[in-house]
Design a protein around this ligand. Structure first.
Ligand SMILES: [Zn+2]
Length: 107
C-alpha cells in the first residue's frame, strides 16, 4: 500500500470514529434532557421496568432515585449513581447506602 493511500485510510478511520463519538454524545445528551425534564416536573417519567408499577422519586442527598411502590425496585437516572458516589465523603458506595438506609428509616 502506498503511503498516500495509507494516509487516506487513516483519515477515513478518524472521520468514522469522530462521527461515532459525536452520535454517542448526542444520544447521551438527549437521554439526560428527558431525565432533567421529568425531574423539574417533580415526577418520574417512567414505569417500573420490572413490574410496570409506578415509581416514586426519592431524593438521596440531592440525587434522585426512582423507587417502585409495587416490587420495591430502585432505579437510577443517567448520571445519578455518579452523583451519589462522587458526593460521598468517604469515596465509596458505603456512604450512599447509609444515606439510603437513613431515608427509609426516617419516612
Ligand atoms: Zn416494580
Amino acid at each position: 500500500m502506498s503511503e498516500a493511500m495509507d494516509e487516506r485510510r487513516k483519515g477515513l478511520e478518524e472521520e468514522y470514529f469522530h462521527r461515532k463519538n459525536k452520535e454517542a454524545i448526542e444520544k447521551m445528551r438527549a437521554k439526560m434532557r428527558i431525565a432533567e425534564e421529568a425531574k423539574s416536573a417533580g415526577t418520574s417519567s417512567m414505569r417500573c421496568p420490572r413490574c410496570d408499577g409506578s415509581l416514586a422519586v426519592k431524593d438521596i442527598d440531592g440525587a434522585e432515585l426512582n423507587e417502585c411502590g409495587k416490587c420495591g425496585g430502585l432505579w437510577l437516572d443517567s448520571g445519578e449513581l455518579e452523583k451519589l458516589t462522587k458526593r460521598d465523603d468517604r469515596g465509596s458506595e458505603r456512604g450512599f447506602l447509609d444515606k439510603l438506609w437513613d431515608s427509609w428509616n426516617s419516612d
